[in-house]
Design a protein around this ligand. Structure first.
Ligand code: IPE
Ligand code: IPE
Ligand code: MG
Length: 252
């Protein structure tokens, strides 16, 4: 970690990294264990990556922990995940505070069991004064849910005269998203060898660099994160322009 981290260009850090933490179930099954065993080990990776992002100086880290579609998994797994969620939040809050990390949640939180909502609200208020890494947990989240919600609320505000339909622009839509307080992720990582977005931040990832690795989430560590950041730093982000234009701007 120490040597690898030195290769990171601190002037070219992504402000926001988003991660689809995938592969817990398969990792567990490969060990001859229940899927939930994989989720428990996945928490170790969360701890390690959150710490890594703090050390590197990342501003925002969004972790996809549970999708809207994940509610359709077997009841036993969903219940196991909810128990793990409450346990983890309770245990981690002091560590988040110690590291000056502010927690946020995006998603349809109303669908979560009451115990999870209580634990979450406590964690949010207990970390609200922190000024270091912003840790955003996407929970019961899906991008289509978020976009429909945004459109609905815009409609309501047009109806009540709060906003004028003619004035709606990209800035307006951005303000109605669950991520309104965060910059768009520049780097999106998905573990476990799946090459898809699975309803995650569809709008916000418009110009993100995508990084896929075969490593299963329970085995993903700071070293892997650094590799992803180094890969990101070698990309040319053109935003629709040509390479030549970018060079001209760099010199100017
Ligand atoms: C990611 O791991 C965690 C959640 C979706 C909650 P999975 O549970 O999807 O693991 P795989 O993809 O089945 O291996
Ligand atoms: C995406 O993983 C959601 C999370 C990591 C929380 P899934 O495992 O649910 O995605 P699919 O079903 O393989 O696309
Ligand atoms: Mg999966």
């Amino acid at each position: 970690m120490e040597q690898l981290i030195e290769h990171i260009d601190k002037n070219k850090l992504p402000k926001h990294i988003a991660i689809i933490m995938d592969g817990n179930g398969r990792w567990a099954e490969e060990q001859g264990q229940d899927r939930i065993y994989g989720h428990y080990h996945g928490v170790e990776s969360v701890r390690n990556i959150v710490e890594g992002c703090s050390e590197i100086g990342i501003g925002y880290l969004t972790l996809y922990a549970f999708s809207t579609e994940n509610w359709d998994r077997p009841q036993q797994e969903v219940e196991g995940l909810m128990t793990l969620l409450v346990e983890t939040i309770r245990k981690e809050v002091p560590i988040l505070n110690k590291n000056n990390i502010k927690m946020h949640v995006i998603g349809n939180v109303a669908m979560l069991p009451a115990s999870a909502q209580t634990a979450l609200n406590e964690a949010l208020s207990m970390t609200s004064a922190n000024t270091g890494l912003n840790l955003i947990i996407a929970l019961s989240y899906s991008s289509r849910w978020e976009l429909v919600n945004a459109v609905k609320n815009i409609g309501l505000d047009v109806q009540s005269g709060k906003i004028d339909a003619e004035s709606i622009n990209q800035e307006t839509l951005q303000q109605y998203l669950a991520t309104s307080n965060f910059p768009d992720p520049e780097l999106m990582i998905r573990t476990s060898g799946e090459y898809r977005i699975s309803n995650f931040l569809l709008y916000q990832l418009a110009y993100a660099e995508l990084y896929f690795t075969n490593t299963r989430w329970p085995e993903f560590r700071k070293e892997n994160l650094i590799e992803a950041i180094l890969d990101y730093q070698n990309r040319e982000r053109r935003f629709g322009k040509t390479s030549k234009q970018l060079l001209v701007n760099e010199i100017a």
